[in-house]
Design a protein around this ligand. Structure first.
Ligand code: AMP
Length: 311
């Protein structure tokens, strides 16, 4: 794999949460650290392609955080700062790091926020509607002019409070990403393959189900792909793994401009590789010090890992 070629497909618009996260895991804790679905997804996608972020922060959001995002080539013309407090999420993980326990979610400035996309954002060919209020995802969709590829994510918080709106989003996107628990909850179905097929019936042509340390599966009406996670022995904080996966996945597709099955499979591996770095440290720390060389090296390792000759 090489990351040297320039973008062929075009920029990725990302809408989602920008958060100040307080997280505790068996391996440490952070208070008010940079997080949110839009941050993880944008920084991951920016390794491959130009990124345009849409979100809102409050007066308590530091200029240092803004500078870090800008430094990682994220276009922040669509990031609004308004009076009030930034979105805050507080959660913890026990030894089962696949299961996040939410202590509190404070929407703060996200409550009532309706984005007005900057003119150059409206023609973005790729869009990722990261986990956030589905009303907001729909409002961004309404403002996009003929995007080539749109993907979305969601979580239990929105499935419980706004299921119908989540279904409306699913009916309008090309690719749906969610984790195993969310897929089961949305479909009220324990079997993941059955749940994935039901999600296909809601509208998207492709469904990707993330299973934490157990990898990810991608399903369309014609094909099936199962990818492993990178076998890490030191996972410190799984927060943001799913968003990073999605950012890496869509960023790669945007860079190549391709959407055939082979490209989609490579994109899944890119997503898994990027996510494996995020979980090595708290907040976006590992992503901020990640290099292109490390991505290529780990991608090649995964390819070696899954190689298997014919019988
Ligand atoms: P992930 O671990 O990939 O599912 O995403 C974790 C990120 O999602 C954290 O940085 C949180 O700030 C953010 N988050 C948590 N709850 C919500 C919510 N209800 N809406 C939007 N973002 C959220």
């Amino acid at each position: 794999m090489s990351l040297s070629a320039g973008p062929a497909g075009g920029p990725v618009l990302v809408v989602g949460s920008v958060a100040l996260d307080s997280v505790e895991t068996p391996f440490g804790r952070v208070e008010g650290a940079l997080g949110g679905s839009a941050c993880y997804a944008s920084v991951a996608a920016a390794f491959f392609s130009p990124v345009r972020m849409v979100a809102v922060v409050g007066e308590d959001f530091s200029y240092e955080n803004v500078a870090q995002l800008a430094h990682h080539d994220v276009d922040l013309a669509g990031l609004r700062r308004v009076p009030g407090e930034t979105f805050r999420w507080r959660g913890y993980y026990d030894y089962d790091l696949n299961q996040a326990h939410t202590i509190s979610t404070e929407l703060n400035v996200f409550e009532g926020f309706r984005p007005d996309l900057p003119e150059h954002y409206r023609h973005s060919p790729y869009a990722f509607l990261a986990n956030i209020d589905p009303e907001l995802q729909l409002s961004v969709l309404d403002q996009l002019v003929r995007p080539r590829l749109v993907a979305c994510d969601t979580m239990n918080y929105w499935i419980e409070r706004a299921r119908d709106r989540v279904l409306e989003v699913l009916a309008r996107v090309d690719i749906a990403l969610m984790n195993d628990a969310e897929a089961r909850q949305l479909c009220e179905e324990p079997n993941l393959i059955t749940a994935a097929r039901r999600i296909l019936n809601y509208g998207p042509g492709i469904v990707i189900i993330k299973k934490g340390e157990h990898g990810a599966l991608m399903l369309s009406r014609e094909s099936y792909f199962s990818a492993p996670s990178y076998p890490l022995e030191e996972v410190r904080d799984p927060t943001g793994a799913g968003d990073t996966f999605a950012g890496g996945f869509l960023g790669y597709l945007a860079r190549t401009g391709q959407t055939d099955d082979e490209a989609l499979r490579r994109a899944v591996i890119c997503g898994a590789v990027l996510a494996s770095f995020t979980v090595e440290d708290f907040s976006l720390r590992r992503l901020f010090r990640l290099t292109q060389e490390e991505i290529v090296e780990r991608y090649d390792e995964v390819l070696t890992m899954i190689r298997c000759g014919a019988l």
